[in-house]
Design a protein around this ligand. Structure first.
Ligand SMILES: Cc1cc2nc3c(=O)[nH]c(=O)nc-3n(C[C@H](O)[C@H](O)[C@H](O)COP(=O)(O)OP(=O)(O)OC[C@H]3O[C@@H](n4cnc5c(N)ncnc54)[C@H](O)[C@@H]3O)c2cc1C
Length: 554
């Protein structure tokens, strides 16, 4: 049996090594266009910044080491130029010598990845994409010539990672993003925290603007503004590389990736497609989706090898869990965001929380912002987002696991998670989300979201801020009235309306006030996530989002 694999990085190499483990006798040939196989492309931005100092650290294997351990026939600098599926043959060109040959296969695995989207703007040839080791080598040459300024076109994961790394090199860096926020998988009130972090570390963030042209040392915006950019990096996204699939006459799916079934078989039963090039099945609605992430590529590589070796495999729908470091922030998401759910017309409820990463009395606790979105009828978890410092990764991973395991939002309250003061709280942030979801789903309290406050005020709702007077004086929602929680019973007569929104710093005291005022006969809604969510929402004035202060408990 001969298996030919196109692409020798995440998906391709994962399928090659798994297949070898399952079939000692198979002939396995890996064809890789670039000069490297099995390299950690996720680490490439950190090579630009010098945080990872040696390129060799990212090169996990070589053709020689892969042959030695796995008896793989790995051919770098070898581009597959066509797939002749009717003959089960691929055409290969050796890039250095230019010589070409054909190779037959019994099973063909396509893992060619995705190509950076390059916008058609004047001067774009001066912009660097960031996809391969060779791309980084080119950027590094320029960066080491001590440029003063850089422009990153695109505020997605890779754009932000490269911005941080260029700042690390001391280069004045600007991100130009066409959307109204950075990091599209986040909702705006969460993305705002990321923009603030970038700005705080000296990155200029220009939102809602595309780039009109790239000149010798600048980038020109449509309104005529010029942004200095000795270095320009383009990172506006990727699209699946499907040209081989097209040459083979394989079906292309609705999202523009290679169409595959649950076992990653293409429309030709002897050809599989995995990784960034292939469409995935969305776990939430079963639709075709594109999720260009390393975990999925690796997982699919293994599944395909199992399928070829005749082993039982599982269909793996994707929920799209991702994480990125933004200077001192950790930003992670799983599942769908509010924007996407709204666009799909899917009913949803949500809660925002700002818990500490661990017990507030143990030094170093950092506050995080968490958002949980769930079905208002069944409690099914639809998505979650986290922005903060320590511990955001573990909470989003638990929530991703909960989605996969079918645990509902209120059932998060039941999870027994590891706790000691340096690591968490007896009520872990994930448990807290469960308690809050339970309160909403059971009808115990009705939340108001940050973007619904003004509309409520116009309908006659009075905002009652139940924090201390000091906290109120440091910043509050326009029109809010200060009535500290502990004074509510004595000052009840001062409340001018029977329709109220209770708000506090993060929603906990507001919740207590909501229930108390409800008992006293008022119609009260609690501002979800409190002032902390509202103040970081787009349009609200930003305040410090730092280390958890002992006085700011709720
Ligand atoms: C800078 C960067 C940072 C990233 N960071 C993260 C991260 O932090 N977390 C995360 O989950 N994901 C990250 N990703 C995405 C992740 O790397 C990809 O999802 C994953 O590598 C996809 O695996 P793949 O096998 O589909 O494609 P790739 O790993 O891209 O491999 C495809 C290979 O196929 C080769 N190839 C293409 N066409 C041909 C051909 N015709 N003939 C021969 N060879 C061919 C290419 O040269 C390439 O080496 C990052 C990607 C980049 C570029």
């Amino acid at each position: 049996m001969r298996a030919v694999i196109v692409g020798g990085v995440a998906g391709g190499m994962s399928s090659a090594t798994r297949l070898r483990r399952l079939d000692a006798g198979a002939e396995i040939i890996v064809l890789e266009r670039s000069g490297h196989v099995s390299y950690a492309n996720c680490g490439l931005p950190y090579l630009v910044g010098g945080i990872i100092e040696d390129e060799e650290d990212l090169l996990l294997q070589t053709p020689e080491s892969l042959h030695e351990r796995f008896r793989l026939d790995v051919r770098v600098g070898s581009e597959v130029t066509a797939v002749r599926s009717s003959e089960c043959v691929v055409d290969v060109t050796e890039l250095e010598s230019g010589s070409a040959y054909e190779l037959s296969y019994d099973a063909l695995i396509l893992s060619p990845g995705a190509s950076p989207v390059i916008p058609a703007i004047p001067g774009i040839e001066r912009a660097f994409p960031l996809r391969t080791v060779e791309d980084v080598e080119r950027i590094t040459v320029v960066v080491e010539s001590h440029p003063r300024s850089a422009v990153i076109i695109g505020g997605g994961f890779i754009g932000i990672e490269i911005a941080e790394n260029l700042r690390h090199r001391g280069i004045a860096t600007t991100i130009v993003e066409a959307a109204s926020q950075v990091l599209a998988p986040l909702d705006p009130e969460m993305a705002q925290l990321v923009s603030e972090e970038l700005i705080c570390h000296g990155v200029e963030v220009i939102l809602g603007t595309s780039v009109a042209a790239i000149t010798d040392h600048d980038v020109e915006l449509p309104d005529g503004r010029r942004v200095p950019g000795d270095v320009v990096v383009v990172a506006i996204g990727v699209r699946p590389d499907v040209h081989l699939a097209r040459s083979a006459g394989l079906a292309i799916g609705p999202r523009g990736g290679i169409a595959v079934d649950g076992y990653n078989r293409t429309s030709d039963p002897s050809i599989y497609a995995i990784g960034d090039a292939a469409e995935k099945i969305d776990a939430l609605d079963g639709s075709a989706t594109l999720v260009p992430l390393a975990n999925i590529a690796n997982r699919q590589g293994r599944v395909v090898a199992d399928h070829i070796a005749g082993r039982e495999t599982r269909v793996i729908p994707t929920i799209g869990t991702s994480i990125v470091k933004v200077f001192d922030l950790v930003v992670a998401t799983t599942g769908w965001n509010e924007k996407r759910l709204r666009g799909a017309g899917r009913p949803m409820a949500m809660v925002h929380a700002h818990p500490g990463s661990h017990a507030g009395y143990y030094p170093g606790a950092e506050r995080m912002a968490l958002k949980l979105i769930f079905d208002p009828g069944t409690g099914e978890i639809l998505g979650a987002q986290g922005v903060g410092g320590e511990g955001v990764d573990k909470r989003i991973d638990v929530l991703a696991t909960a989605i996969r395991g079918g645990i509902t939002a209120p059932e998060l309250a039941d999870l027994e998670l590891a706790y000691a003061p340096p690591f968490g709280s007896a009520k872990d942030p994930v448990n807290m989300l469960g308690y809050m979801a339970e309160n909403v789903l059971s009808g115990l309290c009705e939340p108001v979201q940050w973007n619904e406050v003004t509309a409520h005020q116009l309908r006659g709702y009075e905002v009652i801020d139940v924090r201390t007077r000091d906290e109120f004086d440091r910043g509050h929602i326009p029109g809010a009235r200060s009535l500290p929680l502990d004074e509510i019973r004595e000052r009840i007569a001062e409340i001018p309306s029977d329709h109220l929104i209770a708000t506090c710093q993060v929603g906990i005291r507001g919740h207590t006030a909501t229930l108390l005022l409800g008992e006293l006969g008022f119609k009260v809604k609690n501002l979800d996530g409190g002032y902390q969510t509202w103040v970081h929402s787009p349009g609200a004035q930003a305040i410090d989002y730092g280390v958890l202060a002992p006085s700011e408990e709720g």
